[in-house]
Design a protein around this ligand. Structure first.
Ligand SMILES: NC(=O)c1ccc[n+]([C@@H]2O[C@H](COP(=O)([O-])OP(=O)(O)OC[C@H]3O[C@@H](n4cnc5c(N)ncnc54)[C@H](OP(=O)(O)O)[C@@H]3O)[C@@H](O)[C@H]2O)c1
Length: 254
C-alpha cells in the first residue's frame, strides 16, 4: 500500500484516479481549494490548499510515496502550480511524480494553455524526482462542457474546417494513470487516445442535441499555424486508440 496524493482529486480526471487507487486500497490524499464537503463519503485524507499561492501544500506532501498531479488552473498559472508541486514534493522527499498532459501540445504552437503544459512537462522532467508523464487526448466531457458553457449564446462555436479530435473517456485515462502511479517511474509513456477520430463539428453537434439545444454550430477561427496543425491531425494519436468508450456511449450514459 502506498501513500498517494492526488492534486485536482475533485476534478473530472482526478476523481477517477482517486476511485481506482481506493479500489486498490492505497492511502489516498486529495488536495483541493475547497474544504471537505460534508457529503464527501470517500475514505480519503483531505487537504485544503491552493497551488497558485502554495497555501496548505506542505502538509499534504508529508510522507507521500507518489504525487499524481491532475490539478489545472486551465491557464498559464499551471506553470506556477507545477513549480509549487515540485518544490513541496522535493522538500518532502523523493516521491514518484506522475503528470497528465495532452497529446499534440508540441504540435500546436499558438495555444497558450498548450505552451504552459509543455513547460510543465519540462519542469517535471527536470525536477530531479522520479517521474512519469502520460499524454491523453481530449476527454469526452470537455466537448459537453464547452457546449454547456455556451448554452446561453445564440450559437455554439467549435473548431471548424475539418479539425479532427479523438476524444477519450476520462475514467479510462484515470485507470491508466492509477496503474502508472503504482508502477515504477517510466518517463514519458505511450499516449492514450479514444477509439474514434471524428470531426470537432460533428461531435459538437451531437453534444448540442444531447443538451437539448437548438443552436447552429459555427466554426471558431484559429491562428493559421495552429489551424493547419489541428487539421493535419496534431491532436490525434491513431496508433494509440486504446480507449474503448465512444462519444455516443458517453452521451448515452450521461
Ligand atoms: N479535459 C481534457 O480534455 C483533458 C485532456 C487531456 C489532459 N487533460 C489534463 O488533465 C488534467 C485534469 O483535467 P480535468 O479536465 O480533469 O480538470 P478539471 O475537471 O477542470 O479539474 C481541475 C482540478 O484542478 C483543481 N484546481 C484548480 N485550480 C487549483 C488551484 N489553484 N489549487 C489547487 N487545485 C486547483 C480543482 O480542484 P478544486 O476546484 O477542488 O480546488 C479540480 O480538481 C489537466 O492537467 C488537463 O490538462 C485534460
Amino acid at each position: 500500500m502506498s501513500v498517494i496524493l492526488v492534486t485536482g482529486g475533485t476534478g473530472t480526471l482526478g476523481r477517477e484516479v482517486v476511485a481506482r487507487l481506493l479500489e486498490d486500497e492505497h492511502e489516498v490524499r486529495v488536495l483541493s481549494r475547497r474544504s471537505r464537503d460534508e457529503g464527501e463519503r470517500l475514505p480519503v485524507r483531505w487537504f485544503t490548499g491552493d497551488l497558485k499561492s502554495g497555501r496548505g501544500l506542505g502538509p499534504s506532501m508529508a510522507g507521500v510515496d507518489v504525487v499524481v498531479h491532475c490539478a489545472t488552473t486551465a491557464g498559464r498559472s499551471d506553470i506556477t502550480a507545477t513549480r509549487r508541486v515540485i518544490g513541496a514534493a522535493r522538500e518532502a522527499g523523493t516521491p514518484h511524480l506522475v503528470y497528465i498532459s495532452i497529446v499534440g501540445i508540441d504540435r500546436v504552437p499558438t495555444f497558450p494553455y498548450y505552451r504552459a503544459k509543455l513547460e510543465c512537462e519540462r519542469l517535471v522532467e527536470e525536477s530531479g524526482l522520479p517521474w512519469t508523464i502520460l499524454r491523453a487526448t481530449q476527454f469526452h466531457n470537455l466537448i459537453t462542457r464547452l457546449v454547456h458553457a455556451q448554452r446561453l449564446l445564440p450559437a455554439v462555436f467549435t473548431l471548424g474546417g475539418g479539425a479532427r479530435l479523438q476524444p477519450v473517456e476520462a475514467a479510462e485515462v484515470g485507470r491508466r494513470l492509477a496503474e502508472l502511479a503504482t508502477s515504477e517511474p517510466a518517463g514519458r509513456v505511450a499516449d492514450m487516445a479514444g477509439p474514434e477520430i471524428r470531426s470537432a463539428e460533428e461531435l459538437t453537434r451531437e453534444a448540442v442535441r444531447a443538451e437539448g439545444l437548438h443552436r447552429p454550430v459555427l466554426p471558431l477561427r484559429l491562428p493559421a499555424k495552429s489551424f493547419r496543425a489541428v487539421r493535419e491531425g496534431a491532436l490525434l494519436a491513431p496508433e494509440h486508440a486504446d480507449g474503448r468508450v465512444s462519444f455516443e456511449e458517453f452521451l448515452a450514459r450521461h
